[in-house]
Design a protein. Sequence first.
Length: 70
Amino acid sequence: MATPLPASDLARVVGRSAAATSQHIRVLREVGAVTAARSGNVIRYRMSREPSAMVLEAIARSFDLLAKRE
C-alpha cells in the first residue's frame, strides 16, 4: 500500500487547492475509499482495501496506461 499523506501534500501531488482536495477527500472517505490516521496534529490519508478504492485504483491505472500510449 502507498505511503499515507497529509491533505496538503496530496493537494500538491494532484495540483489542486487545499480546499478542493479536502472536499474530494471527504467524498472518498464517505464511500470508504480512503482511510485517515492521525499522527499528532497531522491527519494522513491512504486508499483503503474496500471495493470502492480498488475500483478507483483500477481506473487510475487504466488512465495511466492510456496516457503512455499517446
